[in-house]
Write a protein that binds this ligand. Structure first.
Ligand SMILES: *Cc1c(COP(=O)(O)O)cnc(C)c1O
Length: 400
């Protein structure tokens, strides 16, 4: 073996890690696309129906966004060149932040490199030793990581259970300094919604700051795609801090947090992932401004998306598959074991459909699933084709 510099004990450990994953059908592999993101994608020389993107509104390859980005690159260049607080902050970033704040009806917005960094930054920035963070058990990995990294007392309450949350807040030690409650707005692996009216009431009663991760809600739910708060008819102030990614329904890349100026100003000082990192490319901010205009104006995209969700869900239920309590674009088909989920995903791939098998540790063991997502740019025919393929496979997976 040529000397690659790895010490022997490291080589042993790394090999064991990979072998264990492989033996448990848990190896993750990135496969390359040769086309733009969209309802059909080219992979390994085959065009496949794509049922695993988060490009809910079909903006990732939208002609107007492509043009906006191309024009902006010519005007402002490619990279930001520095962190925002040094000299990387551009007028395009400022305009985007202002327009996002206007859209959500909040005082201020702070941009981040991506949603993972935003969640890490806001939790690590706002909470520390002496504080308590309470999170829904099924929150996104970035929130769990941020909570653990913060050094605060960290607890996970039962999924969507505001009574369990209230009990835990009540039982916190008397010397707890501040309380922070975090939930996904739409849960990324189950597709169900946080019980927002109950969460806001519990947080108010216990003086806890509520933070909502709207990664799968912004652009999709509520008036003008304003997310869960609008969906439930609550005022913007009902949830003091909201996080959104620009990589899902916005079709671009990056993330932001939105709230009162006091909170956003403090985060700019405290959130290390907003300080010690290069600013987003300014051209990307310009393209995102065009994405925001589409998100606000294009109700037809949300209408198309909702039609496809209803069509998919009705078809799957009629065939007898086990679905979850989801009315969103995320429709998990429960299969139980990682092997079954992987096998269905492979059977679909042979028939020309790309759908992700979601396995532990991303979801609890025994709840491996096929995670189907539809977008505004899927046709009714494409969803019918998928349902026909699943109907053919159903006998193999549904008997027992
Ligand atoms: C995707 C996702 C994130 C991370 O956002 P990125 O911009 O992709 O880093 C955070 N929270 C939730 C719930 C997500 O689904």
């Amino acid at each position: 073996m040529p000397d690659d510099g790895l010490p022997g004990d490291w080589r042993q450990w790394l090999g064991d890690v990979l072998a264990e994953r492989e033996a448990a059908s848990l190896t993750r592999r990135a496969r390359s696309l040769d086309s733009a993101q969209g309802p059909r994608v080219l992979r390994d020389g085959r065009w496949l129906h794509n049922l695993c993107s988060n490009d809910y509104l079909g903006l990732a390859a939208d002609p107007a966004l492509r043009q906006a980005l191309a024009d902006a690159v010519v005007r402002v260049g490619v990279g930001a060149g520095a962190a925002g607080l040094v000299c990387g902050h551009h007028a395009e970033h400022a305009a985007l932040a202002e327009e996002l704040a206007d859209w959500l009806g909040v005082e201020a917005v702070l941009l981040f490199g991506n949603g993972y960094l935003a969640n890490l930054g806001l939790l690590q920035g706002l909470a520390g030793k002496g504080d308590a963070i309470l999170q829904d058990r099924l929150n996104h990995a970035s929130l769990l990581d941020g909570g653990l990294a913060s050094g605060a007392r960290h607890q996970r309450y039962a999924h969507r259970d505001s009574d369990d949350l209230a009990r835990r807040l009540h039982d916190l030690p008397a010397d707890t300094r501040r309380r922070l409650v975090v939930s996904d707005g739409v849960f990324s692996m189950d597709g169900d919604l946080a019980p927002l009216p109950a969460l806001t009431a519990v947080c108010r009663a216990h003086g806890a700051l509520l933070v909502l991760d709207e990664a799968h809600a912004f652009g999709v739910l509520g008036e003008q795609g304003r997310g869960s708060v609008s969906h439930f008819g609550l005022p913007a102030a009902a949830v003091p801090l909201r996080m959104g990614t620009l990589g899902k329904a916005f079709g671009v890349y990056g993330a932001f947090v939105a709230g009162p100026r006091l909170l956003i100003d403090a985060l700019q000082q405290l959130a290390r992932p907003a300080i010690y990192t290069t600013a987003l490319p300014p051209a990307l901010a310009a393209a995102t401004r065009e994405a925001l205009r589409r998100v606000r104006a294009d109700d037809w995209r949300r209408e198309q998306l909702n039609l496809r969700i209803a069509q998919l869900r009705a078809g799957l239920l009629a065939q007898g598959w086990t679905l979850m309590d989801s009315a969103t674009a995320i429709q998990p088909v429960l299969l139980g074991s990682a092997e079954r989920a992987l096998s269905l995903s492979q059977d679909l791939l042979e028939r020309g459909f790309l759908a992700g098998a979601i396995r532990p540790p991303t979801v609890p063991s025994g709840t491996a699933r096929l995670r189907l997502t539809v977008t505004a740019t899927h046709t009714a025919q494409a969803v019918d084709d998928l349902l026909n393929a699943l109907a053919e496979l159903a006998p193999r997976y549904l008997e027992s």
